[in-house]
Write a protein that binds this ligand. Structure first.
Ligand code: DQA
Length: 143
């Protein structure tokens, strides 16, 4: 089983950016946690972070035919990107949307998620543990 974990813009700044909202764990710590999860459950994990929408679209398209599940935190593109929605729909790979913060209690502009329509599940407000919850879901879903 192979899971692709995608992080969008500014998630590489974890631990530095707004720690009251996103916590004090670094992006490197998040990547290590995901790697360890993969080792623990015998799942191949691939991780990719980009601040560029088209690069994320390219990565989703490249997953077609070789990836079983996608965990995606599109960052701010969550609220703007029809391109990411279309890419997820195009490849039709089971996907889970993750947000570290509780987006539903934040600004109005964060209440819209375009990618949600292409995701089987959404996890919000559980910090970086949300990524392992998403992988738990995919592990069950894909077995
Ligand atoms: C986020 C929430 C988004 O609204 C924001 O733009 C982010 C991070 C989260 O993980 O809580 O960059 O996706």
């Amino acid at each position: 089983m192979k899971i692709l974990v995608l992080n969008g813009p500014n998630l590489n700044m974890l631990g530095i950016r707004e720690p009251d909202l996103y916590g004090s764990e670094s992006f490197a710590a998040l990547c290590r946690m995901i790697e360890k999860y993969g080792r623990t459950y015998g799942i191949e994990t691939e991780q990719y972070q980009s601040n560029h929408e088209g690069d994320l679209v390219d990565k989703i398209q490249a997953a077609y035919g070789n990836t079983d599940g996608i965990v995606i935190n599109p960052g701010a593109y969550t609220h703007t990107s029809i391109a990411l929605l279309d890419a997820l729909k195009a490849v039709s790979i089971p996907a889970v949307e993750v947000h570290i913060s509780k987006v539903e209690t934040r600004e109005d502009f964060r209440q819209v998620s375009y990618v949600r329509a292409a995701c089987e599940k959404t996890v919000t407000g559980h910090g970086i543990a949300g990524y392992t919850e998403a992988m738990d879901y995919l592990r069950e879903r894909l077995k």
